[in-house]
Each structure stands twice: as C-alpha cells, then as structure tokens.
Design a protein. Structure first.
Length: 301
C-alpha cells in the first residue's frame, strides 16, 4: 500500500533519497550518462582537487568502475545537474571514461541543496570556506521550507556533521567574508574567531583591510578585529584607521634582536656599529613618513 504523503519537513538525508521506497514509488532509475551532459551543482561549495584522495579515486575506478552511482536531477534538453558525485565525475575524466552511472531523481531546488550538502559535509579535511558556504546554502534551503520543530534550524543544519547550532552560525557568518579573506582563514593566517568578527565589515571595508594586509604583512588579532567591527558599526571605519589599528604598537618599548652577522652582510666591513644603527633608523623614519603620507592622502579623498 502506498504510504500517505508527509508534510514537507526535509531534515533527513535518507528521507530525501527515498531509501525506504521501492523504485516504482520513488521513480528513480540508474542509467549511464555522458560526462559532458553532467553539469556541476550551481554554486557548489566543495572543491574538487586533483590531490592524493583523487588519485585513490582514479585507481579505484580503473580497477572496479564507479561503485556508487552519482545523484543527478534532469535539466532541459537531456542535460543533468550533479547533486552528488562531483569527485567521481572528475575521477572518470582522469580515467579517460566518457560516461558514468547516475541515479536520476526529480528534486526541488531546496531538496537538492540539502542532499548536496549532507552528502559532502562529513568528508575529511573540509576547509572553513567550504563549510561556511555549504551551511549557508542548507540553512537558507531549510528556511525556505519553513522548517519547524523543537530544534532550531541551525541545530538541524549541523546534525549530519555533528556540529552544534552555535558552530553552524559561526560558519554561516564566515560566508559573509570575501573570498580573499576566507582564503586566509583556510590557510590559518586568520583564526576562525577573528574571521567571524571581520565578517561584519562591509565589502568595501574588507577590500581596504586586504590592501593593508598586503602592504604590511600584518594580520589582525582578535582584539584588533573587534575594534574594526565596532568602528564599522559606527560608520567611521576608513583605510587610515585600519592602518592605525594594525600597525599600533602594543608596548611603547619593543626589544628587537638582530644577529650582527646577518645584518652586517648589508653594510661595508668598514662601517661601525653606530654607523649601521644610524642608517637603519634613517630608513625606518623614511618608511614611517611614507606610511603617514599614505594615511593623510586617504583622509583628503
């Protein structure tokens, strides 16, 4: 007997796939589709890299074929959108294959997003940027569906990966960072907690920050990020202020030790210690004047 339809509240990956339904009920079919007809999921947040894991996938496909069919949904004119299986498709391409087995299902946009995220979110070594955009997409999809229940939507979003609602919200905040700043988070040059605070900066302000980082090679601390966030909220943030915050000395006295042998390579052997120090301080003063000139120019724009 056909089961009665449930109210739409798609929180289970297995429910979405219809794993408990017969083929007739779920209307699924496994077919071989040309790779050129399989297109990436729109705004797919997970990277497909030709790394060591991909090499293992390629070797497996060579020896055993594609063990699990990809999941797709039909588009117009015999084309298909990949929901899961982007790595398998790349593996097939590297193996020289022209087709791969896929499971064809008709899903709404929101259903497809939920499955796409859940089928990838438990992978190893997922980057913060991947998780940020993936959680944002799933959160929005579940909001569109009007998800209700005892749990908050953020808690439901993180269920499949074992992340709390608070963790999910932090990742979703990161999605507001520019791609360039997110790359610094991925590379651990900007801690996630700092990136979360910087995500409150407006797009133009984030571009200013990127320029300051590029010119100074200084990355903001948690305290500095909080300062920038507060100044942005007050509508007073500009590039000069960002320079001032990042270049500000925490202590009035800074002790720096430079190996004499290393720095001596830049001076003639006849130079005394006092002469070397004089040249260094002269160059530092000139650098400081140039920086202040840049700040003054920004204020007059």
């Amino acid at each position: 007997m056909r089961r009665p339809k449930k109210d739409i509240q798609l929180t289970s990956y297995d429910d979405l796939l219809g794993l408990e339904e017969s083929p007739e009920e779920s209307m699924n079919q496994v077919v071989e589709i040309e790779l050129e007809k399989l297109h990436p999921f729109k705004n797919h947040p997970f990277r497909v890299s030709d790394d060591e894991k991909m090499a293992e996938t390629v070797e497996s496909i060579k020896n055993y074929g594609v063990l699990n069919p990809a999941l797709v949904r039909p588009q117009s004119e015999g084309e298909y959108e990949l929901i899961s299986g982007h790595r398998r498709k790349r593996g097939c391409e590297l193996c020289g294959k022209t087709t791969m087995p896929v499971l064809v299902r008709n899903y709404t946009d929101d259903e497809a997003v939920i499955i796409m995220v859940d089928s990838n979110i438990q992978r190893e070594n997922i980057l913060p940027s991947e998780k940020a955009h993936a959680y944002k997409m799933k959160y929005d999809a579940m909001k569109h569906q009007g998800s209700k229940g005892e749990k908050y939507t953020a808690d439901m979003v993180g269920e499949s990966a074992g992340d709390s609602g608070r963790t999910v919200q932090r990742y979703i905040r990161l999605a507001a960072l520019s791609d360039a700043l997110l790359e610094y988070v991925d590379n651990n040059k900007i801690p996630m907690i700092v990136g979360e605070k910087l995500s409150y900066l407006k797009p133009e302000e984030q571009e200013w920050l990127l320029e300051v980082i590029a010119n100074s090679s200084i990355f903001p601390t948690k305290q500095q990020a909080e300062q920038l966030k507060e100044c942005s909220a007050n509508g007073k943030l500009n590039q000069s202020y960002i320079y001032a915050v990042l270049l500000k000395k925490e202590n009035s006295k800074i002790n720096v030790t430079i190996p004499a042998k290393k720095i001596g390579n830049y001076f003639p052997e006849t130079y005394s210690k006092e002469q070397i120090e004089e040249v260094i301080f002269m160059l530092l003063d000139k650098w400081k004047e140039n920086k202040e000139g840049v700040a003054d120019a920004e204020d007059t724009v």
